[in-house]
Design a protein. Structure first.
Length: 137
């Protein structure tokens, strides 16, 4: 029996493996509740503003763009934490997607001029993708 296969070493390795698996499960399962919470808060806020006649939400359907945008931001955070604080290519890609979708939602909800902000958004998205591809993992 060699040194690495003693019962004590095997037990320690199994315990470390179990702890890493539990940490991955915590990272994988977290985050879903607060997305729904943010969506409900935003929806309630818009309904309140509309009831008080402060702001009328004409493009309410744009809130459906907000949901995958928030999900992409949560994914970026989850990947960042799983990589132990390293901003990997996958985390940056999810962040770029999330911010882009949030900006599109903002353009529609605020009734901004799409012909002005659309090209700017495309240029920013392209620049983000180029920078993401050039940076190391």
């Amino acid at each position: 029996m060699n040194e690495n296969s003693t019962p004590n070493n095997i037990s320690n390795r199994l315990e470390q493996r179990w702890e890493r698996r539990q940490e991955r499960r915590k990272l994988r399962n977290g985050g879903g509740e607060w997305i729904l919470g943010i969506v409900l808060i935003l929806l309630g806020g818009f309904i309140y503003l509309q009831t008080m006649k402060i702001y009328t939400l004409n493009n309410w359907w744009a809130l459906f763009i907000l949901i995958p945008g928030l999900a992409a931001l949560v994914e970026a955070w989850r990947v960042y934490r799983a990589a132990e604080g390293k901003f990997t290519r996958r985390a940056r890609g999810s962040l770029i997607l999330g911010v882009g979708l949030l900006l599109v939602t903002g353009i529609f909800l605020l009734g901004l001029n799409w012909t002005i902000f659309g090209p700017i958004l495309l240029v920013l998205a392209g620049a983000g993708m180029i920078v993401n591809g050039m940076l190391p993992d």
